[in-house]
Design a binder for this molecule. Structure first.
Ligand SMILES: C[S@@+](CC[C@H](N)C(=O)[O-])C[C@H]1O[C@@H](n2cnc3c(N)ncnc32)[C@H](O)[C@@H]1O
Length: 242
């Protein structure tokens, strides 16, 4: 079944932008409801795996309302959060103002395209992306861009929905994404389609195993996959050779 927010090809970015503009104000609430708060733990795990050194430069792509950028900043990184959605960035900025512990941290949010990152090669010590690659017209371009802007020795960390290897669990989980997730999206955000999009986009995204393979193809080393909830979520990470 197709989804109003999923269009393959060059129209993809415009539809995805419409989606996040529509749900930006409710995005954080819905994340808490849909994941029972677990997304916070997974994002903290991303920040742990990023192995921040004080003053290290971090780029959080598709930063949305800022969760991962905040977690990296709390660990002492100088963080740039990049997203193409003005509305999501507005929420990120307003949340930042409510976090006094981050007042002295170097943390900026900028508007930009994850498929054409507006930084030179080898700029960052850490490059993260949470629930972002799956939304790109070409996720491989996004990953290649992450590798390009990473310094030698930098760590790349990717968090996203995954595809469980166990067929029965995958069926149950996809059923949940097909039914309960859009229902909760409709009840609390008035937008079932925006949440039905998760399953549609996941069907077109090859998930954790292909991300690991692509990381190796990009010559990253120490490539790992961490499956969460039996592979329903996954964290991929790897390092650019020093
Ligand atoms: C599901 S949200 C994830 C937000 C945040 N990283 C988190 O984990 O809560 C996906 C984000 O990716 C952004 N995005 C999608 N395509 C993008 C692109 N081509 N360039 C930059 N941002 C993009 C959207 O605007 C949205 O804020």
């Amino acid at each position: 079944m197709s989804n109003v927010f999923y269009t393959p090809g060059v129209q993809r970015a415009a539809r995805v932008n419409d989606l996040f503009a529509a749900i930006a104000r409710r995005y954080d609430l819905l994340n808490d409801l849909q994941s029972f708060g677990l997304h916070r733990r997974w994002k903290r795990r991303v920040a742990e795996l990023a192995a921040v050194q004080p003053g290290g430069r971090a780029l959080d792509l598709c930063c949305g309302t800022g969760d991962i950028a905040f977690a990296l900043a709390r660990r002492g990184a100088e963080v740039t959060g990049l997203d193409f959605s003005q509305k999501m960035l507005e929420v990120a900025e307003s949340r930042r103002l409510k976090k006094p512990e981050l007042k002295t941290q170097k943390l900026i949010f900028i508007q930009g395209d994850a498929q054409q990152i507006p930084f030179s090669d080898a700029t960052f010590d850490i490059v993260t992306v949470g629930y972002g690659l799956r939304n790109l017209m070409n996720w491989e371009t996004g990953l290649a861009e992450m590798q390009r802007v990473a310094r030698p020795g930098a760590r790349l960390v990717v968090l996203d929905f995954g595809k469980p290897a166990n067929a029965l669990w995958r069926k149950i989980y996809f059923g949940h994404l097909r039914c309960s997730v859009p229902l909760v999206g409709w009840l609390f955000c008035g937008n079932a389609d925006a949440y039905a999009y998760i399953l549609e986009s996941l069907k077109h995204y090859p998930a954790q195993l292909a991300v690991a393979e692509k990381m190796r193809e990009l010559k990253l080393v120490n490539v790992h996959v961490i499956n969460l909830l039996g592979g329903a979520m996954a964290i991929n990470y790897g390092e650019k050779p020093a």
